[in-house]
Design a protein around this ligand. Structure first.
Ligand code: ZN
Length: 202
């Protein structure tokens, strides 16, 4: 039988996304066996992150800097804005290394049923950013779900304006697909094959 503290630790980790009781046990045991090299540095990292982490006031990414590392990177193309649902999607696209612009995290999708309208999704701020960044291309990289595509169409219609090219990733993203679960190759193809959406302005 393991002690109550350690049992508590295992229980805590087993509730984390992607970890079950078995991997939580292995994880905790590994940390305990490598106190100096793993456990103590982990505590420092967690404490530092907990103290500094916040939502980027520009794009909505999570980072220990605000504006985040992406928004404050001068080499990123500020005129190309990519709209995603969640931070996980932003991180997935970053992992692919295929996108050199900046992002806008909506925080979800439109849902009349759940009472989620444009104001709940940072859409008013998206309009502001398009203006202030003088965005020339807006890439909609929402998940290929019914809600994602409904939001896609809403944004394309709502944001259409002369001089703004609105594109959408499509090719290679399976129906029901969430960006976070796709491999980098699929995402690179999806970004490269983005198509211009039909809007009233174009
Ligand atoms: Zn940011």
């Amino acid at each position: 039988m393991v002690g109550a503290d350690i049992e508590g630790l295992i229980k805590f980790f087993s509730k984390m996304p992607g970890l079950g009781p078995r991997s939580a046990r292995r994880f905790v045991l590994y940390l305990l066996k490598h106190k100096q090299q793993k456990l103590l540095p982990l505590i420092d990292l967690l404490a530092h992150t907990a103290e500094h982490v916040s939502e980027c006031t520009e794009c909505g990414n999570l980072d220990t800097e605000n504006p985040c590392t992406i928004c404050s990177n001068q080499r990123r193309n500020k005129a190309h804005l990519c709209v995603v649902e969640h931070v996980a999607d932003l991180w997935a696209l970053e992992r692919s290394g295929a996108f050199q612009g900046i992002y806008h995290v909506l925080g979800g999708t439109l849902s009349a049923l759940d009472g989620i309208g444009p104001d709940e999704l940072r859409i008013p701020y998206l309009k502001q950013r398009i203006q202030s960044n003088q965005t020339t291309e807006l890439t909609l990289a929402l998940n290929v779900t019914l809600e994602g595509q409904t939001t896609n169409h809403y944004l394309a219609a709502e944001l259409a304006s002369p001089g703004l090219k609105i594109t959408s990733i499509a090719h290679g993203v399976p129906l029901g697909g969430e960006l976070d679960y796709l491999d980098s190759g699929t995402l690179i193809t999806a970004l490269a094959a983005r198509r211009t959406l039909e809007t009233e302005e174009s």
